[in-house]
Design a protein around this ligand. Sequence first.
Ligand code: BES
Ligand code: MN
Ligand code: MN
Length: 456
Amino acid sequence: MQEIRKYVSDNKQRFLDELFELLRFPSVSADPKFKEDVLKTAEFVAEKLKAAGADKVEICPTAGYPIVYGEKTIDKSLPTVLVYGHYDVQPADPLELWKTPPFEPTIRDEKIYARGACDDKGQFYMHVKAFELMMETNTLPCNIKFMIEGEEEVGSANLGIFVAENKERLKADVVLISDTSMISLEHPSLETGLRGLSYVEVEVTGPNRDLHSGVYGGAVANPATILAKLIASMHDENNHITIPGFYDKVIELSAKEREDLNKAPFEENEYKQDLEIGELWGEKGYTTLERTGTRPTLEVNGIWGGYIGEGAKTVLPSKAFAKISMRLVPDQNSYEITRLFQTHFESIAPKSVKVKVSPHHGGEPVVTPTDSIAYKAAQKAISQAFGKEPIPTRGGGSIPIVALFEKELGIKTVLMGFGLDSDNLHSPNEKFDIANFYKGIETIPLFHRYFAELSR
Ligand code: BES
Ligand code: MN
Ligand code: MN
């Protein structure tokens, strides 16, 4: 531990400078305008992996953005850890809400502000630096493989293909990912589950063209009003989702599991104050931690139609749209849920409109084991680095590839995230606490040490 702390402390500034370099690439995978930048980011990652001591570093092309691979095999008889992360980021919009530009990382109040600071550049880069540390101090205790992709934020479609085609190369005993949150530095935690995702776009068409809202208004159904009603009808008075069959496969937690989950520290007042909301909302009969970690949800991500420009235009629009996502929990299946949504949405639409449902990407939910050697290694590493046992929690977000690692490679995952829920992921002013960055770099070598030790 002494040696680890010394290496981190001796290289503090350089680690941060390198992360800043990485954060300056606007690697937005959703927007083709940034294509060259995304490709340059992959090159940067490959260079840094090589410099840290990885062999067989390769920028593996896919039908979309490339996957950066690298490995260090020290002894075939030792266990292997596969580190996964993503170098792509979400779009930075709305730009005007950033206090400092999203791709010019800035430190305020001991926090790094930039798009990707936490999700996931700041987090996967901790692994690159921890690997450098283990190489430089001759303490790498097991084999390690890196797979850093560039399409996580758009659904990882090509990674699925890469994984299926590279089963031998990706052989490992555990997948280690830092792309989730912990409660706080005072209350370190380990996420033991991720929700799945089913994402659809709906289009509601009324009359065949936009109409004068005075001439036709009152006689023709307004698709925007209809869409609002259809969406509103999808939650009942208890905030249960009304899609028939939606909950059929949901595994209810045992009383003990619920009790354990609710032991995690949670300050409802702080939560409300941080978001400046008067009260919380959610499915009746469940606590906030249960609602975000263990229950499926339906959200409108965007809704539009008609005139949304400057000033006022009197118009009865021909069309209205919404992007709707559903977070899923075991044993729901994203394809099945998308189908249920589509059938239901079509069945509740009145004859005055036509509706179209187009599926986007999805992903399956997972629960990770807490009795495995790898989980115990993570517990031990965190306990030592933080001086406190980690609390198990269920994460509300999704990393669709985790379920695929299980299915395709038969490998379970440890979610050792160092971000905070309040890091503004996908939102303006995304940040990552500098302290969390360094703490992560200190904790990761301990994970490898204990994983190797406990595997013996
Ligand atoms: N790192 C997040 C997922 C996450 C964040 C999990 C915080 C747990 C806690 C990941 O980059 C992400 O944003 N995933 C997307 C899904 C993807 C298919 C676009 C998500 O959860 O919306
Ligand atoms: Mn992420
Ligand atoms: Mn993300």
